[in-house]
Design a protein around this ligand. Structure first.
Ligand SMILES: Nc1ncnc2c1ncn2[C@@H]1O[C@H](COP(=O)(O)OP(=O)(O)OP(=O)(O)O)[C@@H](O)[C@H]1O
Length: 266
């Protein structure tokens, strides 16, 4: 765990959905914290409630019990202190890369020149400085995800929320973007809450991994990832006996939690 003050606190979250007159308790008493600058991943089988947690943290969904606290403030709705990156970048197709990144800045009272300069810095940060005037249809899926990340960072959020941001990409692009995210995290020192099905991805990127148990979703165990930063290639890390040992430990935990699941990638 990083030795820094807590930036995000998820405390005692419970959530039950009513469907067809049946109650489905998805989360029960789920708690964890993320320290300032820390990268924490949530991992667990499909349906254990990872996205539900993220939507509650985002402020788009209310919890039945519990609360989310960001920088000491209880979350009561969506806010600029939380930036979001989803599986699909969902860029505005009629806007260039620069204008997509500027989108979040338009309500902040910045001048056009200030917005443009800030978007330019962020496009440089995500490695797309030369593509500012390209439209989404002129860019690959990986490039679009980079723009999505730049757009989320543009508002300088206290916490960056990422819901399986690389899962729709091919394996090679995914590895490139994972490495890029490590670099961007090192440069920005953002606090990140990241949802993934991919165990290697979680261990490669994170300082800690929160393993969720399903039905109802709750914290099974929190694992510290002991590898020094900056981290090299994932393939190098995979070769280390310590990595293999940790991976197998986490895998056993997930399996014991979710017998029968096939959604967490081994
Ligand atoms: N609005 C809703 N109404 C009813 N049920 C819902 C709603 N949203 C989510 N659920 C149910 O809550 C459970 C948890 O869903 P959630 O998407 O949070 O899981 P997840 O762990 O993110 O899954 P995945 O890994 O497949 O994305 C699922 O059984 C889902 O069907």
């Amino acid at each position: 765990m990083i030795d820094a003050p807590e930036k995000l606190r998820v405390e005692g979250l419970s959530k039950t959905f009513q469907t067809n007159r049946k109650a489905h308790t998805v989360l029960r008493g789920l708690s964890f914290g993320v320290a300032e600058g820390e990268f924490v991943s949530l991992i667990g089988e499909s349906g254990c409630g990872k996205t539900t947690v993220l939507r509650i943290v985002q402020g788009l969904l209310g919890a039945d019990a519990g609360q989310v606290v960001v920088d000491g403030n209880v979350v009561t709705g969506p806010g600029r202190d939380r930036g979001l990156v989803f599986q699909q970048a969902n860029l505005l197709p009629w806007r260039t890369a620069r204008r997509n990144v500027e989108f979040g800045l338009e309500l902040q009272g910045l001048s056009r020149a200030q917005r443009s300069a800030r978007a330019g810095e962020l496009l440089d940060l995500v490695g797309l400085g030369g593509f500012a005037d390209h439209f989404p249809h002129q860019m690959s899926g990986g490039m679009q995800q980079r723009i999505g990340l730049a757009r989320a960072l543009a508002i300088d959020p206290a916490v960056l929320l990422m819901d399986e941001p690389f899962s729709a990409l091919d394996a090679q692009t995914r590895e490139v973007l994972q490495k890029e995210l490590l670099r961007i995290h090192a440069e920005t020192r953002k606090t990140v809450l990241f949802v993934t099905h991919d165990l290697d991805e979680a261990l490669y990127l994170s300082d800690r991994v929160v393993i969720l148990a399903a039905n109802p979703g709750r914290v099974k165990q929190v694992i510290d990832v002991p590898f020094d930063r900056p981290r090299g290639e994932l393939t190098e890390l995979r070769g280390l006996p310590e990595f293999q040992q940790l991976r197998s430990q986490v895998w056993q935990l997930i399996r014991s939690t979710n017998a029968g699941s096939d959604r967490v990638q081994d």
